[in-house]
Design a binder for this molecule. Structure first.
Ligand code: FAD
Length: 399
């Protein structure tokens, strides 16, 4: 029997939909399986703020991630333009940079170090005084003592992106299957499609597993191909103001903990985010929201006057080394596109291109593919089932 599809993508978050759209654009017969594509309230893509900020997010130990982030940021304008043409949706992509600000002397010293590090890498970042920061963003607190402007960083509305991808996939003739995958169809040790919770299956030449935080514990998968991906909870809130409060993304270290504010084109403001290792827990807690508001008020005092329109918690797909897992596994016919942790929106265009470059025809992509090959974990112990290990509450990070 011929395969029903060339490609079945498991998961309809920003990653799965981007991979599927790229493949459909190459003329492949594509299906996406997800019980709630683009709209699952616990999926990371639905909660995400949408910062495309590899420069202001850079850390000393994560240069490979920076390389991936810069390569993907470069792709974003063309990806967005093409997606807007294909879907008719505006994505609210903006490129006014990210302003990182500091208060205490420790935060300021950390910012100085970061500015020196970014300069050493030749990245576009400018160190500013407190006054220069307030000139750019008048709503900032008078106590802001300095900042760094990462002029190339951008942001986008992730919900608009996934809605646009769904529309573009529909127009490209891809099939959306509103069901849950419960295992693989296999033949002689190779993946030949997926089983569906609703019964039956879909045969395909290739399967891409892009089920976000659920990728590491998907039922019915052979344990040796389950990726070491774990859920990392992020609480975030959406606010509304009659007048725009900020002109660009503002992030800050408030006495060691991080908070960010991302403006939306419609006057909204996204305030995030906690970073918690609590398995698949997606409760929005008073403590989480209190911390976000406490720190955001230090940055932009007027924030407490704004209307709260939404509070939500999403699950990031975390990987052991914070790098995504994209590419072939040890099982023929099964690829991964998961583990994007805090940067899946940023990394979506690159991930889609990496998956489309399976034959390695583009040497630049082939080089980047080496950084995120799932084979680096082949033979590693499977991840501990969520909730069974020691619970650790890490300090909040940028996303
Ligand atoms: P998800 O969006 O989680 O999608 C996974 C999909 O798989 C879901 O739709 C789910 O229904 C489906 N699925 C699960 N199990 C099955 C199954 N068995 N069968 C079929 N389908 C299944 N990134 C940035 O780049 N910039 C940001 O500013 C940013 N901010 C963030 C803020 C928060 C609070 C959070 C939580 C994340 C943030 N991220 C950000 C990270 C980013 O959201 C993620 O890296 C990205 O969304 C991951 O996308 P995904 O498609 O892999 O996973």
């Amino acid at each position: 029997m011929p395969d029903l599809f060339d490609l079945v993508v498991v998961g309809g978050g920003v990653i799965g939909l981007s991979v599927a759209w790229r493949a459909a654009g190459r003329g492949l017969r594509v299906a996406v399986v997800d019980p709630a594509p683009a709209t699952s309230r616990t999926a990371a893509s639905y909660a995400a703020a949408g910062m495309l900020a590899p420069v202001s997010e850079v850390t000393y130990t994560e240069e490979p991630l920076l390389r991936l982030g810069l390569a993907s940021l470069e792709r974003w304008p063309a990806f967005a333009a093409e997606l807007t043409r294909a879907s008719g949706h505006d994505l609210d992509l903006r490129a006014d940079g990210t302003l990182d600000v500091a208060f205490g002397s420790d935060d300021l010293a950390a910012l100085d170090d970061l500015a020196a590090f970014t300069a050493s890498l030749g990245l576009p970042a400018e160190r500013l005084t407190g006054r220069e920061c307030r000139r750019l963003e008048p709503m900032l607190a008078p106590s802001v003592r300095g900042g760094m402007l990462a002029g190339g960083d951008s942001w986008v509305d992730p919900r608009r992106v996934t809605a646009a991808l769904l529309a573009a996939l529909g127009r490209a003739g891809a099939t959306l299957v509103p069901d849950r995958v419960t295992g693989l169809l296999t033949d002689s040790g190779a993946a030949r499609g997926v089983r569906l919770a609703g019964g039956g299956g879909l045969s395909a030449g290739r399967v891409v597993l892009a089920a976000g935080a659920w990728s590491g514990s998907l039922e019915g998968m052979p344990p040796e191909v389950l990726p070491p991906v774990r859920p990392v909870k992020g609480q975030i809130m959406r606010l509304r103001s009659p007048e725009p409060v900020l002109g660009r993304c503002v992030r800050g270290a408030v006495h060691g903990s991080h908070v960010y504010l991302v403006p939306r084109g419609d006057g909204g403001l996204v305030l995030g985010a906690t970073q918690e290792e609590l398995g698949f827990d997606t409760r929005v807690t008073a403590g989480g929201l209190w911390e976000l508001l406490r720190d955001a008020r230090e940055l932009v005092p007027g924030v407490t006057e704004l209307e709260v329109t939404e509070t939500i918690a999403g699950l990031r797909p975390g990987s052991p080394d914070n790098l995504p897992l994209v590419g072939p596994t040890i099982m023929p016919g099964l690829d991964l596109a998961t583990g994007h942790h805090r940067g899946g929106v940023l990394l979506a265009p690159l991930t889609a291109d990496l998956c489309a470059n399976g034959d390695g025809a583009d040497p630049v992509l082939a080089d980047l593919a080496g950084l995120c090959s799932p084979l680096r974990f082949a033979g590693a112990a499977p991840p501990r089932p969520p909730g069974t290990g020691p619970v650790e509450n890490t300090p909040r990070e940028q996303r």
